[in-house]
Design a protein around this ligand. Structure first.
Ligand code: PEP
Length: 251
């Protein structure tokens, strides 16, 4: 049975004091047993203190990125082994900002996926089309190719550690959301692709999150769709009350 999941991507926001303040607010307002699995993804420098501060709560910590190598001459990078050493077991890979601003290719992402899964880390794998792709009705093809080239090479057994996150680039940080119907249509397509390649059981078990301007006032409608199993939340994850309202938006 797949899980409902909500993950907050804090991006390059919040210094140490602001991170601690947000965590304090989350802890104050979090219901003990949320109906969804909850993650927050602070910046690298705040991973350890976030992990320590959230110990004993229902909120898990994810990194926003990692390198595919174990260690070595990769100035400025962080490995999966390092993440695990500070308690982090989950990593977001393939976010559209990493793809667009830091030139991450499907090939690099497939190596990162391998490295994370080799460490038995959970991967939140992001993908999604740009506005031009949707306008030209190429969105299904783009998504298919990102999945095939970035993550469809993994073993069947590794799927237990994979969460998929469909994030149409035109909806990220823009205030423009895919309609619940557009999200459902794409999620159903994605689950079908997983089913064709890996079988129905894996397809039914994998959680597929939607990301792109999810807010407290639209989350419930989007999460109600059959193949939408939660969300990856950017802007609205920076305010505890908004984030927790989204976490509690499952019927
Ligand atoms: C994101 O960055 O993954 C995202 C979905 O951002 P926002 O919610 O701000 O659109």
């Amino acid at each position: 049975m797949r899980k409902n999941i909500v993950a907050g991507n804090w991006k390059m926001n919040n210094d140490l004091a602001e991170t601690q303040e947000l965590i304090g607010d989350l802890k104050l307002q979090l219901v003990k047993e949320p109906t969804a699995e909850v993650y927050v993804a602070p910046s690298f420098v705040n991973l350890y203190n976030t992990f320590q501060s959230l110990k004993g709560t229902a909120i898990k910590v994810a990194a926003q990125n990692m390198h595919f190598a174990e260690n070595g001459a990769y100035t400025g990078e962080v490995s999966g082994k390092m993440l695990q050493s500070v308690g982090v077991q989950t990593v977001i890979l393939g976010h559209s900002e990493r793809r667009a601003l830091f030139n991450e290719t499907d090939e690099m992402l497939s190596k990162k996926v391998n490295a994370a899964l080799m460490h038995e880390m959970k991967v939140i794998f992001c993908f999604g089309e740009e506005l031009k792709d949707r306008k030209s009705e190429g969105h299904f093809e783009v998504v298919k190719s990102q999945l095939e080239n970035g993550i469809f090479h993994i073993d069947r057994a590794a799927w237990k550690n994979v969460i998929l996150a469909y994030e149409p680039v035109w909806a990220i940080g823009t205030g423009e959301t895919a309609s619940p119907e557009q999200a459902q249509e794409m999620h159903e397509f994605i689950r079908g692709l997983v089913s064709d390649k890996f079988g129905e059981e894996i397809a039914e078990d994998v959680s597929i999150l939607y990301g792109g301007s999810v807010k407290p006032d639209n989350a419930r409608e989007i999460f109600a769709k059959a193949d939408v199993d939660g969300g990856l939340i950017g802007g609205a994850s920076l305010k505890a009350i908004d984030f927790l309202t989204i976490v509690n938006s499952f019927d």
